[in-house]
Design a protein. Structure first.
Length: 101
């Protein structure tokens, strides 16, 4: 993947813990980064390694490396603006059938 060097202010590689669960009760994946500031709007996280497959009924925890690419101030602002506009679109959607009871 080619990265635009002007897009990101900085990037760093940090260790991370990945927890994936594929059970009847839950289907989720969480990544916890170690030794870095929290991820903010516009930042990107790329976890290194082979794709992970978890069979149904199992939960696994892995330790890998991840590259955190920090967004510039302008990109952070644009991401927040875009998210705000997308949320506003939801306000215009009606979940009723339009018929009166």
């Amino acid at each position: 993947m080619i990265r635009n060097p002007l897009r990101y202010a900085r990037s760093e590689t940090v260790p991370c813990t990945i927890e994936i669960e594929n059970t009847f009760e839950s289907l989720h994946a969480h990544v916890e980064l170690h030794g870095t500031a929290p991820v903010d709007a516009g930042d990107e996280v790329l976890v290194h390694g082979e794709p992970i497959r978890v069979p149904y009924g199992e939960k696994i925890t892995l330790h890998r490396e991840a590259t955190v690419s920090r967004a510039t101030a302008l990109e952070r602002w644009l991401t927040k603006l875009s998210a705000s506009l997308e949320l506003t679109e939801l306000y215009e959607v009606s979940f009723s059938s339009g018929s009166k009871l």
